[in-house]
Design a protein around this ligand. Structure first.
Ligand SMILES: Nc1nc2c(ncn2[C@@H]2O[C@H](COP(=O)(O)OP(=O)(O)OP(=O)(O)O)[C@@H](O)[C@H]2O)c(=O)[nH]1
Length: 769
């Protein structure tokens, strides 16, 4: 019955690297010198860790799931989560996003979220679900879809063990689905997929699955087929168990099982074969059944789905409609069945006491090991600052003392809560693998807390800001203004603030217009500070295209203490430089865009103390490029010679000399202004295709791909961010409000020469004033 398809990759043998794990006072060290690349390598360590867990921990962790809900904007994450809360008994009524009852969804607890009908902050909640007589506990995080709030998704995925990827049945894989997929891969998060909006006209789950396979490049296959379509959607058939599941009751709360309807039997068998065939490509046991042409048992199929999902080699696809209350419960079952418990995910920390030690410390979700946790999110609440923690190892007790690794301070945990959106439940103790929140702890998001051991959790990826604007409080309420700015910065690493002393203005920058707009609005609502703002500006960057040597003397000998410093060396692009042994300035993951600094001074011609001041001068210089005062990218500075004066040389003089040398050499190395290019995805009804394409061409978008489906058309383009301000209004105007778009930063490109010239002139003009 089962014939191997030509595509089945049976020969792909999995590398099972041996690993010995040595135990240390806190956690365990990797014995491998390289990072673990495949789940199979991780699994060897996980299996070994599992043998060290006490029975109580095994029982506690087995039924625990830390999961996130992620998707492209407006795919229905919040609507879906609202059903989850209702079906798990967390809330006793369903409220819709932008619903007529004006209540808004539970997880959109911020006033602004309810007004705008979008999720801004990720919200965490704790709920439980019964499956096959066992009680499971979920820590659930609903994350925003807008790219402007992408840090919320990064944060959530950093601490979660698994995710539900929601995809729209009509639109399929969209630009932000691809972004979310990339984020999931970055943090090795396994996922089950839910195709939502199956009640909508034009819903096509098979096309969406095809896109998941092709665009996200992860083997995916349906484990359900829908019963009925559009408004007649009645439920789904579980094709593994071959049983029909109907949602009944006014809110779909009851699942009635029944025989598969006759008209679906053939489709069920066809899709079941596709499932087995897809699994055979990624799982040895199913591959063997496939070769021997025996049908795998239901248990074998389920075990293979679990193995390959956790191994991040496959995603099972479920379908339904959150809004129409169809088939949400089976997703919860799938979370229990196919997503990992905390002991099945490998987590490692960094050894703070020895930064040169690149081998991480493996953490065990055991309650008997020393405590290690990560503060992944801060939030201001009625009772003070709320800090969300994921406990990776050991346990956290109310009243206990914990150690803030960054500051070296010990703090008391006076209150410990489990979060349910903006409500909370007090608890006495939280074990490893769990998520909780606590009050009154002074820290920034991304900080680690331990019992005193020097372990820190590896940090999150923080994308560069692309939009900035000048901001000033209308009144002289500077105290509240800076209080708000400080808090937002601590909460959100993508919200950046700098004071431009020459222009005497505060510049805030972030991920998009909406991102900054929300903070300005929050400043007004939460801090009573009205602000005047400049026009949103593109956060341009500065770089060089060639190299230049420098020999610069900074000398001041008239009156008072003198200054003297001489620095010599070369400035070149990071791409051309050998960056081994360099100081890499934080800020960019891409080595080509990172700024690096190196000293190679022989014979002690500049002492170590002054060389360190040179590094500081370099760090100052890259923050404010000489062309238009924007941050520099992709530059390498080498100082290989210099001179000191026994009396007049100081740290200040070397710091200043380095800055001067940097600026001089920069201007001699074919300086360029870089502009952010955005990946733009526009969707609109097909009747507006002509006008939308016209508008896109007019704003200089490079159209890469267009796709027509049923009544909609979609254009995927690259476009300079500079052209995209006000796009929402323009698109609304040409599509009678029916067009939608999403944006994501793609890359930096040199700005066109006329724009570079204009920006430089404007900057010089402004500087003259
Ligand atoms: N027809 C239909 N509409 C749905 C379904 N699920 C959600 N919606 C609607 O889609 C819109 C967006 O839903 P949300 O739940 O806010 O989506 P989201 O993904 O949380 O949105 P963001 O967090 O802002 O990205 C709302 O108007 C919902 O009523 C569904 O299953 N069918």
């Amino acid at each position: 019955m089962f014939k191997p398809s030509s595509g089945a990759n049976f020969l792909a043998k999995i590398c099972r690297a041996p690993a010995t794990v040595s135990r240390l006072s806190c956690g365990r060290f990797f014995s491998q010198s390289r990072a673990l690349k495949t789940y199979e390598e991780e699994k060897v360590i996980l299996d070994e860790l599992a043998t060290t867990l006490i029975d109580k921990d095994v029982a506690r962790l087995k039924n625990m799931r830390n999961i996130g809900i992620s998707a492209h904007i407006d795919s229905g994450k919040t609507t879906f989560t609202e059903r989850v809360l209702f079906y798990t008994g967390r809330i006793n009524a369903i409220h819709e996003v932008r619903g007529k009852d004006q209540v808004g969804a539970k997880m959109d607890s911020m006033e602004l979220e309810r007004e705008k009908g979008i999720t801004i902050q990720s919200a965490a909640t704790y709920c439980s679900w019964d499956k096959d007589g066992e009680n499971y506990h979920f820590n659930l995080i609903d994350t925003p879809g807008h790219i402007d709030f992408t840090i919320e998704v990064e944060r959530a995925l950093r601490v979660l063990d698994g995710a539900v990827l929601v995809v729209c049945a009509v639109a399929g894989v969209q630009s932000q689905t691809v972004t979310v997929d990339r984020q999931m891969r970055r943090y090795n998060v396994p996922r089950v997929t839910f195709i939502n909006k199956m009640d909508r006209m034009g819903a096509n789950p098979w096309k969406a699955i095809d896109q998941i396979n092709k665009k996200l490049r992860i083997p995916a296959a349906a484990i359900q087929v829908p019963i009925g379509e559009e408004s007649d959607l009645a439920g789904v058939v579980n094709i593994i168990d071959r049983v029909a599941l109907y949602n009944e009751g006014s809110q779909g709360e009851t699942i009635r099982t029944a025989e598969i309807p006759d008209n679906l039997k053939e489709l069920v068998e066809e899709k079941r074969s596709v499932l087995i065939e897809t699994l055979a490509d990624v799982d040895d046991e199913i591959a063997e059944c496939f070769i021997e042409e025996v049908e795998p048992t239901v248990e074998q199929i389920k075990a293979a789905i679990r193995r390959t999902t956790i191994g991040r080699k496959f995603t099972p696809v479920l379908m339904g409609s959150a809004l129409a209350n169809r088939s949400v419960q089976p997703v919860l079952d799938a979370v229990c069945d196919f997503l990992p418990d905390p002991s099945e995910v490998l987590n490692k920390g960094l050894d703070v006491s020895d930064p040169s030690n690149e081998k991480g410390i493996i953490l065990s979700p055991s309650s008997t090991e020393p405590f290690v946790s990560l503060a992944f999110k801060l939030e201001e609440s009625r009772y003070g600052q709320l800090t969300y923690l994921r406990v990776y190892q050991g346990k956290l007790k109310k009243g206990g003392m914990i150690y803030h690794v960054k500051s070296g301070k010990r703090v008391k945990v006076s209150r410990l809560v489990r979060m349910h959106s903006n409500e909370m439940e007090d608890v006495e103790e939280i074990g490893a693998g769990e998520i909780c929140a606590t009050f009154g702890i002074d820290c920034a998001s991304g900080d680690s807390f331990t019992d005193g051991t020097h372990v820190s959790m590896s940090s999150m990826f923080v994308p560069d800001a692309v939009v900035s604007l000048a901001i000033k409080p209308k009144t002289k309420d500077a105290a509240n203004f800076s209080k708000a700015i400080n808090r937002f910065q601590r909460e959100d690493p993508t919200f950046r603030v700098r004071y431009d002393s020459e222009m005497q203005e505060t510049i805030i920058s972030g991920m998009g217009e909406l991102h900054l707009e929300i903070y300005i609005e929050r400043m007004r609502r939460e801090y009573n500070v009205e602000c005047t703002t400049g026009k949103p500006q593109v956060a341009y960057r500065e770089s060089i295209a060639s190299s230049a040597d420098f020999d610069v003397v900074f000398k001041k000998q008239s009156g008072g203490a003198g200054q003297f410093a001489r620095v010599m060396g070369t400035l070149q692009t990071s791409e051309a430089a050998d960056t081994t042994g360099c100081f890499i300035a934080p800020g960019s993951e891409d080595p080509k865009l990172a700024n690096s600094f190196k000293t190679a001074v022989v014979g002690g011609r500049i002492s170590d103390k002054f060389l360190f001041a040179c590094q500081k001068g370099f760090e100052d210089a890259i923050e404010k490029g000489p062309l238009i005062g924007q941050r520099v990218l992709g530059v390498n500075m080498l100082i290989n010679d210099g001179q000191i004066h026994v009396v007049d040389s100081s740290e200040f003089s070397f710091r200043t000399a380095t800055q001067m040398a940097f600026n001089k050499a920069f201007l001699e190395s074919q300086p360029i202004i870089l502009e952010p290019i955005m990946a733009l995805n526009v969707v609109s009804p097909i009747e507006f295709q002509g006008v939308v394409m016209g508008m896109l061409t007019k704003i200089g978008a490079m159209i890469l791909e267009t796709e027509n489906s049923n009544d909609d058309f979609q254009a995927i383009c690259d476009c300079p961010l500079n052209q995209l301000f006000g796009l929402a209004t323009k698109l609304r105007a040409v599509t009678q409000g029916k067009g939608e778009f999403s944006l994501e930063f793609k890359e930096y490109q040199p700005a066109p020469p006329h724009l570079q010239k204009q920006l430089i002139e404007e900057y010089q003009q402004k500087n003259k004033k």
